[in-house]
Design a protein around this ligand. Structure first.
Ligand code: GDP
Ligand code: IMO
Ligand code: MG
Length: 432
């Protein structure tokens, strides 16, 4: 038995989808444990590109089992659309290959209406959410008024819950947000129809994982978003509404902490952020523009241009601590080719004082000024390099520097979007 958790170490979009797809070759079961279709995970192979929002990135390996855990919030329309889209392209997503937790909460039309309405009302102070209803859905889960995937299979329960909740939601939408009331009949009919289609996929994911463990299966947990978007540990309130850190894999999939063997942190060789909130190493100059264009830094979910900046070593060290990282995968190293010198933030200045951790107050985070160390860059195109020793010397030095800064080994290096553009120094499943 072996369980590996994959998490983003920054503000999301680190290349988690690519690495999950790659490591799926050595896994048997792949499970999403938090977030929803705010995620956009890109997978590239055989000159084809896929972006997944809800289905685990293991789905392209037909013999593997993909699970959507209880900690995920599921928009059934998006999920069915994703299933249909993959099936149309010849990727099998039949029940047996994909399962969904009966305990996962459903994103309802009112969650999306509230997400949009609130952001519009906030104006300049908005979070810059993906508008997918993620926050409002998690709110209802915690407030104990959510509707779960399993509820769709019980007609009376679903009808009663929806009637009770919709009354409250329509009051909020019309009276507070100034929006239009939603129709009970339309939601009821649409969700019942979708429930019928989803029924064969619904299961107890925790039990599936237990069975897999007993069969000595290798399990890969696929995180969404990144450590700095964690609801507890991120740059609150500019975060998402779930626990993105590795601990979330346990409660979001229904396994205990003693079952996790390895945590792999995915770290972009520089930093990006989509949406609002502080970002100490953000670049507003031509270097930031270079990273955006060369790295194709436009959101996989919303298409928004991603904010770009230098690698932040403080953010990285926070990720090592908060996730208990075993190792790092450094992605998009090829994007740094041609930049010289390279800068890495090693600490911040806060009101004249040097700080080496991220303060709890958002106002203080907004005032942080990065303190950089410089490293020499390289000019060679590395996107075709398949052996570590063939990387330019300065490139290897950059990786060694990151490793020293983080205090954990760099075991995977990604030099392009495709599966084969990866240098695997050590496969996390190999030692387990
Ligand atoms: P995720 O949300 O963490 O799965 O990441 P996204 O898919 O949102 O964003 C990562 C983007 O970078 C995608 O377009 C990937 O195809 C691409 N990508 C991943 N790894 C590399 C890499 O090593 N080099 C380059 N140039 N692109 C990469
Ligand atoms: P992946 O899995 C990058 C950001 C949004 C916004 C904040 C809250 O592809 O790395 P939400 O809709 O979750 O309430 O938005 O979080 N965000 C992401 N940024 N990658 C993601 O996912 C994200 N998911 C949410 O832009 O700032
Ligand atoms: Mg993404």
């Amino acid at each position: 038995m072996a369980s590996v958790v994959i998490v983003g170490t920054q503000w999301g979009d680190e290349g988690k989808g690519k690495i999950v797809d790659l490591l799926t070759a050595d896994a048997d079961v792949i499970v999403r444990f938090q977030g929803g279709n705010n995620a956009g995970h890109t997978i590239v192979f055989d000159q084809k590109k896929f972006i997944l929002h809800l289905i685990p990135s293991g789905i392209f390996h037909p013999e593997k089992k993909c699970l959507i855990g209880n900690g995920v919030v599921v928009d059934p329309e998006v999920l069915l659309g994703e299933i249909d889209n993959l099936e149309r392209q010849g990727i099998s997503v039949r029940p047996g290959h994909l399962y969904i937790s009966e305990r996962a909460h459903l994103i309802m039309p009112y969650h999306k209406a509230i997400d949009h309405g609130r952001e519009a009302k906030k104006g300049k102070t908005k979070i810059g959410t993906t508008g997918r209803g993620i926050g409002p859905c998690y709110e209802d889960k915690i407030a104990r008024r959510g509707i779960k995937v399993g509820d769709l299979l019980d007609d009376k329960l679903f009808r009663d819950k929806l009637a009770e909740i919709l009354e409250e939601k329509n009051f909020y939408i019309t009276q507070y947000l100034g929006g239009e009331a939603l129709s009970f009949d339309e939601i009821y009919d649409a969700y019942r129809r979708m429930g019928e289609r989803l029924a064969p996929y619904v299961t107890n994911v925790s039990l599936e994982l237990e069975k897999a463990r007993q069969a000595r299966a290798k399990i890969l947990f696929e995180g969404a978003q990144g450590t700095q978007l964690d609801i507890d540990h991120g740059t609150y309130p500019f975060v998402t509404s779930s626990n993105t850190v590795a601990g979330g894999a346990c409660h979001g999939a229904g396994v205990g902490p003693t079952t996790i063997d390895f945590v792999l942190g995915i770290c972009k060789a520089y930093t990006t952020r989509v949406g609002g909130g502080p970002f100490p190493t953000e670049l507003f100059d031509e270097i930031g523009q270079y990273m955006r264009e060369k790295g194709g830094e436009y959101g996989s979910t919303t298409g928004r241009p991603r904010r770009c900046g230098w690698l932040d070593g403080v953010v990285l060290k926070e990720a090592v601590r908060l996730n208990g990282l075993s190792a790092l995968a450094i992605t998009k190293l090829d994007v740094l080719t041609g930049l010289d010198p390279l800068k890495v933030c090693v600490a911040y200045e806060l009101d004249g004082t040097r700080v080496e951790t991220i303060p709890g107050s958002i106002r203080a985070v907004e005032r942080l000024k990065p303190i950089y160390e410089e490293l020499p860059g390289w000019q060679e195109d590395i996107s075709g390099v398949t052996r570590f020793e063939d990387l330019p010397e300065n490139c290897r030095a950059y990786l060694a520097y990151i490793e020293k800064l983080a205090g954990v080994p760099v075991e995977i290096v990604s030099v392009g979007p495709a599966r084969h553009q990866t240098i695997v120094l050590k496969n996390p499943f190999a030692s387990l």
